[in-house]
Design a protein around this ligand. Structure first.
Ligand code: NAD
Ligand code: ADE
Length: 420
């Protein structure tokens, strides 16, 4: 059967999508430079890329850069709720990308779209959550002979890749873009912090000042989220399983509690752990009337949704866009945002373009590096080459008009000598 050229909701939305993509582009100066360089040097000429990424205006801009470098690209969504239908239309109609993504698709369509991008016989896989790599290995292993490697964008995806590698199942060199300093420190922290609050606000219009916000997980994302919630005037409670992270949260002045206790007092509870069942039956049973539940971790497993459904005597869908209300037997109402999926992408637009500028510049440069060096690489989880991260940070500072000091020769000598 012939591979469909695209599957998007409405190509008539393309011009609205172009406006959105161009608006994002304004805040992505480093990626613009990468695109200009790629257009001149064409480092990706003839390379077929299959991508599983959130279909947003920011993603459109990295794909434009890769396309300028000569790549042919097929894109599926990395989450059923995060697709911007206008951006998807613009990618097809204006930017020459084969997109298979519509907002609000079900699990079967999600899987089908991943299978379809693999029909393009990719040389490279760009993944956000490891679903594409997973099905390529499990369902289309014959394609891996032609595949030279790929990139993984998020913490949960990198964890899954390490598990594959430990079991000898990983057949490709996969670069952990997530693990760079610029990604974790800025995207996971400030990006997730701001956009998660944005998602909660858009879905509820709730007042955060003076309310109690529970943040589960004090990793890169959780820390960013706690900082932003505190900045909004919320009383922030952190839950953790790692003693060091919990201590860090305590020393930053947050109240640290087990979820059993936090659940009883939280007005808004947000998970950002990458783990399952963080808010589960016993916690849900003790929530306050009106409590809001949201998740910003990669998969919709952090809030135990079957438990929530089992406790509900009535479910009121869409009391507001991206907010469902679950009524418990004693009349308490629990509000679940974005179906328990990534709230920042399901109920808002994901991270601001200015922060994706760094993550996606690193990723675009890593793609070019992979294309050049793949013959020397072995199947494993690899770090982004030293230098790309620092170079992107330097360009970002330049774009922001921020100058910094440089080491003097004496300082360099001093740092390089153990005799001094
Ligand atoms: P991280 O490893 O830095 O932090 C996760 C933290 O959760 C750790 O400190 C861990 O100890 C803690 N944790 C694990 N299980 C827990 C539990 N049961 N209760 C409380 N804490 C628990 O990871 P990260 O980079 O912060 O990413 C977290 C999740 O967010 C991942 O799924 C990642 O893929 C996802 N992510 C989402 C976005 C977004 O746009 N929403 C952006 C980046 C990452
Ligand atoms: N992940 C988080 N925010 C994103 C965005 N705006 N675009 C693509 N992926 C993202």
């Amino acid at each position: 059967m012939a591979v469909p050229q695209h599957d998007v909701a409405d190509l008539g939305l393309a011009q609205a999508g172009v406006r959105r993509v161009e608006w994002a582009e304004r805040a992505m100066p480093v990626l613009r430079r990468v695109r200009d360089r790629f257009a001149e040097e064409r480092p990706l000429e003839g390379l077929r890329i299959a991508a599983c990424m959130h279909v947003t205006a920011e993603t459109a801009n990295i794909l434009r850069a890769l396309r300028a470098g000569g790549a042919e690209i097929a894109l599926a969504a990395s989450n059923p709720l995060s697709t911007q239908d206008d951006t998807a239309a613009a990618l097809v109609a204006e930017y020459g990308i084969a997109v298979y993504a519509r907002a609000g698709i079900d699990a079967a369509a999600y899987d089908r779209n991943l299978a379809t991008v693999l029909e393009h016989r990719p040389h490279m896989l760009l993944d956000d959550g490891c679903d594409l790599v997973n099905i390529a290995h499990l369902e289309r292993p014959e394609l891996l002979d032609e595949t030279i490697g790929g990139c993984e964008q998020t913490t949960t995806g990198v964890i899954r890749l390490h598990r594959m590698s430990a079991e000898g199942a990983l057949k490709l060199p996969m670069v952990a873009v997530n693990d760079t300093a610029t990604k974790r420190m800025f995207d996971n922290r400030y990006g997730t912090g701001q956009s998660t609050i944005d998602g909660i606000m858009r879905a509820t219009n709730a007042m955060l000042a003076g309310r109690t916000v529970v943040v589960a997980g004090f990793g890169y994302c959780g820390r960013g989220l706690a900082e932003r919630a505190r900045g909004m005037g919320a009383r922030v409670i952190v839950t953790e399983v790692d003693p060091v992270k919990a201590l860090d949260a305590a020393m930053q002045g947050y109240t640290v509690l087990p979820m059993d206790e936090a659940a009883q007092v939280g007005d808004v509870l947000v998970t950002a752990t990458g783990n399952r069942d963080v808010i589960r039956l016993e916690h849900i049973a003790s929530l306050k009337d009106g409590a809001v539940l949201a998740n910003s971790g990669h998969f919709d497993v952090e809030i135990d949704l079957p438990a929530l459904e089992s406790l509900a005597v009535e479910i009121r869908r869409e009391v507001r866009p991206q907010a469902d209300e679950y009524v418990l037997a004693d009349g308490r109402r629990i509000v679940l945002l974005a179906e328990g999926r990534l709230v920042n992408l399901g109920a808002a637009e994901g991270h601001p373009a200015a922060v994706m500028d760094m993550s996606f510049s690193v990723q675009a440069l890593t793609v070019a590096w992979l294309a050049e060096h793949h013959a020397t690489l072995v199947p494993d989880v690899l770090d982004v080459p030293v230098g790309i991260d620092t170079e992107v940070a330097r360009l970002e500072l330049e774009a922001l008009g921020i100058d910094i000091d440089r080491l003097t020769p004496d300082q360099e000598d001093y740092l390089n000598s153990w005799r001094a």
